[in-house]
Design a protein around this ligand. Structure first.
Ligand code: FES
Ligand code: FES
Length: 158
């Protein structure tokens, strides 16, 4: 049996019919075509499906779509509000913090949540907070460098 819900995603409202067991990841990719949110493990182990829920990083493969009702969902498609690259996206490009890019949307959204909470993180705290986001090609040093380089308002002086 389907349930009618309304979700707010990247500032837009969507009226959807979902099954009670549909995850937010399934709805984003399969019903809305927001393919920037990646399905890696589908088990909560890789971080590729990370989105922001009211500004907090969450794993959309573990969150039921019905539990996102009444909250603001931000995916990588909606992170920049200007049409330009978001400062974190720019920093990832400049620091070479990606190769295939599969992990990158999840990395950037987790990084955004980390920097919102602590605009001046240490390398050690970044390592701890990014530990749930796995990358199979670039490694992590350049991701850390990118995060440390981000200017205000997402970064150090915010
Ligand atoms: S796809 Fe969600 S944590 Fe891997
Ligand atoms: S850039 Fe390929 S998995 Fe991270």
């Amino acid at each position: 049996m389907k349930t009618a819900i309304e979700l707010r995603i990247n500032g837009e409202r969507y009226e959807l019919l979902v099954s009670p067991n549909n995850t937010l990841l399934e709805v984003l990719r399969e019903k809305l075509g927001l393919m920037g949110t990646k399905r890696g493990c589908d088990l909560g182990a890789c971080g590729a499906c990370t989105v922001l829920l009211d500004g907090e990083a969450v794993l959309s493969c573990l969150l039921l779509a019905v539990d996102a009702v009444g909250k603001e969902v931000t995916t990588i498609e909606g992170l920049s509000e200007t049409g330009e690259l978001h400062p974190l996206q720019q920093a990832f490009v400049e620091r070479g913090a990606l190769q295939c890019g599969f992990c990158t949307p999840g990395m950037i959204l987790t990084a955004e949540a980390v920097l919102r909470e602590d605009p001046q993180p240490t390398e050690e705290s970044i390592k701890k907070k990014m530990a749930g986001n796995l990358c199979r090609c670039t490694g992590y040093k350049k991701v850390i460098d990118a995060m440390l380089s981000v200017p205000a308002p997402s970064g150090k002086e915010a």
